[in-house]
Ligand binder design. Structure first.
Ligand code: 3PG
Length: 394
């Protein structure tokens, strides 16, 4: 895919509006996970080298157009100052005459961070007037928020009606890595998918079904597929209304010779807590009040053997309820197995999966690429057109 890269833009003396994805967990003003923020630093540093005036924008949370302290981007400005060792001027809104004046009168090389774009309802409705007001702040638009590329909002899409649009360095890297894995996957190609919701993974499974050699399932997703195979999943988390869809997908997989593997055994308990009694049981033996909360040891071994010989691996979604120590082992072992395969291209994505990597004490550099996109990565690998990418296609 050919895109307009920031590297091809004439930035001399320009005001550059950078849409970042600073939608990160913040508790009491303290940033809990800075992955997405630090991933945007190369773009900011590049613009600093070019002496551009930098106007950073992002959403945070889902405030539905209502300004509130909890969803303010103010803590991000402080964080950026520490990382960049430069003043980052936080502005109390993202549009308005005062904001335009402040930015226009600043020197080149100044960095601004605008307040949460979603404090205006017009952001999510992609209101053209609002998009124009955002565009009035700058000469050039740079989209570096891969995590929001699936959203057709004013600051991720509409603004490009009024300004020349370029891909930031993070956006470029995401598109390069994910496109490459889709167009030239080396075999064996293994997809490792988990998490609770079948729906979000279906486009990806369908799109990569004929290219993948193995699809290894865990978490609620595996429970739904196991239920589709006719197993009694008892009180486990699974989606009754997706069973038919799971059956269809298994049939399609058979037709293209792709193996979909579900957990053969699971760590089960009748309560999802650390104090619950748990046992590793074959899927066939699950009954009554039991819940499958992690993949079992046999399944881990089977998955491990396929992961170790793979040349391409995509992983999205934990194998169980890894937030609870008792049910964390399967996810941890799969994370370690993927990291240990240094001859494969390994692509990891999704907020929970990133948390799982951290839980397993693995660094991001253990993988070929850790995507900052959750829904955006799934949509991209699902073969969908993403609005935030359409605007930068060359
Ligand atoms: C994300 O966290 O996936 C992105 O920042 C998009 O956020 P949203 O789902 O609230 O649009």
């Amino acid at each position: 895919m050919k895109i307009n890269s920031l590297k091809n833009a004439d930035l001399t003396g320009k005001k550059v509006f950078v849409r970042a994805d600073f939608n990160v967990p913040i508790e009491n003003g303290v940033i809990q996970d800075d992955t997405r923020i630090s991933a945007t630093l190369p773009t900011i540093n590049y613009l600093l080298e070019k002496n551009a005036k930098i106007i950073l924008a992002s959403h945070l949370g889902r405030p539905d157009g209502k300004k509130n302290e909890q969803d303010s981007l103010a803590p991000i400005a402080e964080y950026l100052e520490k990382k960049l060792l430069k003043t980052v001027t936080f502005l109390p809104d993202c549009i308005g005459d005062e904001i335009v004046k402040t930015i226009s009168s600043a020197e080149e090389g100044t960095i601004f961070l605008l307040e949460n774009t979603r404090f205006h309802t017009e952001e999510e409705s992609n209101d053209p007037e609002f998009a124009k007001k955002l565009a009035n702040l700058a000469d050039i638009f740079v989209i570096d928020s891969f995590g929001t590329a699936h959203r057709k909002h004013a600051s991720t899409y509409g603004i490009a009606e009024y300004l020349p649009a370029y891909a930031g360095l993070l956006m470029t890297r995401e598109i390069d890595e994910l496109s490459r894995i889709m167009t030239e996957p080396e075999h064996p190609f293994v997809l490792v998918l988990g998490g609770a919701k079948t729906e979000t993974k279906i486009p990806l499974i369908k799109n990569l079904l004929k290219d993948a050699d193995y699809i290894l399932l865990g978490g609620g997703l595996a429970n739904t597929f196991n239920a589709a195979k006719g197993y009694d999943m008892a009180k486990s988390l699974y989606e009754e209304d997706k069973i038919e869809l799971a059956r269809e997908i298994m049939l399609q997989a058979e037709m293209v010779n792709t193996q979909i593997l579900t957990s053969e055994d699971a760590i089960v308990a009748d309560d999802a807590t650390d104090s619950a009694e748990s046992i590793d049981l074959p899927i066939n033996d699950i009954e009554g009040e039991m819940q499958a909360l992690d993949i079992g040891i046999k399944t881990v071994h089977k998955y491990y053997n396929l992961i170790k010989d793979a040349k391409t691996i995509i992983w999205n979604g934990p194998m169980g309820l890894f937030e609870i120590e008792k049910f964390a082992s399967g996810t941890r072992q799969i994370a370690k197995a993927i990291a240990a395969n240094k001859s494969a291209r390994t692509i990891i994505g999704g907020g929970d999966t990133i948390d799982a990597i951290k839980d397993a004490k693995l660094g991001f550099d253990e993988f070929t690429h850790v995507s900052t996109g959750g829904g955006a990565m799934l949509d991209f690998l699902g073969g969908n057109d993403l609005p935030g990418i359409d605007i930068i296609k060359a």
